[in-house]
Design a protein. Structure first.
Length: 134
């Protein structure tokens, strides 16, 4: 099962996305700010997709992106989609795969998540035993 981490300071948006994504068959976790999001990674809960707001209290989405770039190897980093009302044409963030402005089209978000979730889920790939060397 693919994992999605929804990070947004709007509780109704988090819950709506969690309900819809769970109904689509994803394992979903939610965080209200970046520090909560980072805690999932520190506790080894590895999402395949990170739906991330930019403007949040405590730790914003840009800081989460910088934390990911500094702490998670590229082959272990989830696909990151920014869902934010504060996007500008010059928004440049490390590790970001997609930018969607709020209000966003829910079908577009679902299509994006489906497109990002291909192959073996990331957390399962990372749990594979290492090959035995001769």
């Amino acid at each position: 099962m693919y994992r999605v981490l929804v990070v947004d300071d709007d509780p109704s948006l988090r819950e709506m996305l969690a309900v819809i994504l769970t109904g689509e068959g994803y394992e979903v976790a939610c965080a209200g700010h970046g520090v909560e999001a980072v805690t999932y990674f520190e506790r080894s809960w590895q999402p395949d997709v990170l739906l991330l707001d930019l403007l949040m209290p405590v730790m914003d989405g840009a800081d989460v992106c910088r934390w990911l770039a500094a702490h998670i190897p590229p082959d272990e980093c989830p696909r990151v989609a920014i869902l934010s009302a504060s996007l500008t044409p010059n928004t440049q963030l490390p590790v970001v795969d997609a930018l969607l402005s709020k209000p966003f089209n829910l079908d577009r978000v679902l299509t994006l998540v489906r497109r990002f979730c291909t192959g073996v889920p990331l957390h399962q790939r990372l749990d594979l035993p290492l090959p035995i060397s001769a």
